[in-house]
Design a protein around this ligand. Structure first.
Ligand SMILES: [Zn+2]
Length: 195
């Protein structure tokens, strides 16, 4: 495979980038000064070298444990479960939540072959069973799969923690937490209900 085809094939694996766009991006890079493409390559190298999962909450981080897990001002009795690290960013921007997080690494999706063993469910149950957590807020996305995941988690956590709650439905159904505005997220969190 030629260098051009090689890069285009890699870019085409990215979400939302088809074969045509991949080739267009490749030719675009070839028109730029070589230093720019080298910086891109370096940034990708640093990304995979430095970023890892927090051993406590599975958030993406360069320091393990992550900044949230090590922050003494965070309330460890309230744990918010999200699908992806990007969701933490969205909730943090809303600025209301002072607890800690747990990142599932996705949602249950039988059609895509994603089962509980592909998510950090075991780590979550272990973490909660240690007893410091008083409430688990399930903040998976309001999609069919997100709801199914929330129900599954509720069953797994029953008896391990005093309260399992679900964020309110202020979020548009099928919408992603990641793209919701801060006010909507803050309302969804404060209007949460026990499951
Ligand atoms: Zn963490």
């Amino acid at each position: 495979m030629s260098a051009i085809e090689d890069l285009a094939a890699e870019l085409a694996k990215l979400p939302g980038i088809g074969r045509k766009t991949a080739l267009r991006l490749t030719y675009y890079l070839l028109k730029q000064p070589p230093a720019q493409s080298r910086r891109l390559a370096e940034a990708l190298g640093l990304l995979v070298e430095r970023v890892r999962r927090c051993s406590v909450c599975a958030n993406l981080t360069e320091a393990d444990p992550c900044a949230i897990c090590t922050d003494p001002r965070r309330d460890r009795a309230i744990l918010c479960v999200v699908e992806e690290s990007a969701d933490i960013g969205a909730i943090e921007r809303a600025g209301e939540f002072r607890g800690v997080y747990h990142v599932l690494g996705g949602r249950l999706s039988p059609l895509d072959g994603v089962g509980p063993e592909d998510l950090t469910v075991t780590q979550l149950v272990e973490r909660v069973s240690r007893g410091a957590v008083k409430e688990v807020i399930v903040a998976t996305n309001p999609s069919l799969e997100g709801e199914a995941t929330a129900l599954y988690l509720q069953r797994q956590l029953a008896g391990q923690v005093a309260v399992v709650s679900r964020i309110a439905r202020g979020l548009p159904v099928g919408g992603d937490l990641e793209y919701a505005d801060g006010v909507t997220i803050a309302q969804a969190l404060s209007a949460r209900r026990a499951m």
